[in-house]
Design a protein around this ligand. Structure first.
Ligand code: HEM
Ligand code: HEM
Length: 175
């Protein structure tokens, strides 16, 4: 590729730390698995809860890793786009915490235990409360889940826009 061409289509090389990249892709896979387990039938709800609770632990470790590793500088884009990207990422982290937390609280308020693959059981931190269980059910299955779906759609849409319209190979930062 000529020098001029390489200027027109800058190749993004700065990458997130390896640990951040592993957290990102395994996290996405866990959400997909949790979604399928929730949608199968009631026999799989234990599996759904195990995957979901593991996802909470995964997300906490992920956020810690994000803070202790060096993040590549923004790619050159209009300031408003960087701002939208930043806010979307922030909202994704909130949703990634809120999804399992509302799920766990829904179970605990409902008087159900939360076992993680039969290895250990989460200690109930709240007593039985049908109204709160119902509220958490709404947050979990309606509000937070819808918000998460919208955010993921925006996020993947932006990644595709970078890949196929801007062609700046942004995805390499996370690969
Ligand atoms: C990555 C995290 C999670 C995601 C993405 C997720 C997603 C979902 C979704 C989409 C549903 C609705 C399924 C449907 O109605 O077809 C659901 C239901 C449910 N989730 Fe989660 N969930 C997660 C974590 C958890 C956790 C940690 C628990 C509890 C320990 C949990 C407990 C439940 C229960 C009991 C239901 C059934 C609610 C009902 O039938 O009304 N979830 N989840
Ligand atoms: C096909 C699916 C996906 C693709 C192609 C993708 C791609 C990317 C890329 C390229 C970045 C780096 C953005 C940048 O450098 O500014 C990124 C960051 C991020 N992604 Fe994804 N992603 C996908 C799915 C997901 C899912 C399902 C989630 C969570 C629900 C997620 C959460 C995040 C978060 C929170 C960041 C920000 C990282 C940080 O700076 O802390 N991604 N993703």
């Amino acid at each position: 590729m000529s020098f001029e061409k390489s200027l027109k289509k800058p190749k993004v090389v700065a990458k997130y730390a390896l640990a951040v990249r592993v957290f990102h892709w395994v996290g996405a896979l866990l959400i997909l698995l949790a979604f399928f387990a929730a949608d199968l039938n009631d026999d799989y709800i234990g599996l759904h809860k195990s995957i979901g609770a593991s996802f909470l632990i995964w997300t906490i470790l992920r956020i810690v890793t994000r803070f202790v590793t060096k993040t590549p500088a923004y790619v050159s884009a209009p300031a408003w786009q960087n701002m939208v990207a930043h806010l979307t990422h922030l909202a994704l982290y909130v949703a990634m915490l809120a999804m399992p937390i509302t799920g766990i609280l829904m179970s605990m308020y409902g008087g159900y235990g939360v076992s993680v693959f039969g290895l250990f059981e989460l200690t109930a931190i709240v007593g039985v409360d049908r109204d709160m269980a119902k509220l958490m059910n709404w947050w979990h299955t309606e509000f937070v889940w819808s918000a998460m779906c919208i955010l993921i759609t925006l996020h993947i849409g932006a990644a595709l826009y970078h890949q196929f319209v801007i062609k700046d190979n942004l995805i390499a930062r996370m690969r």
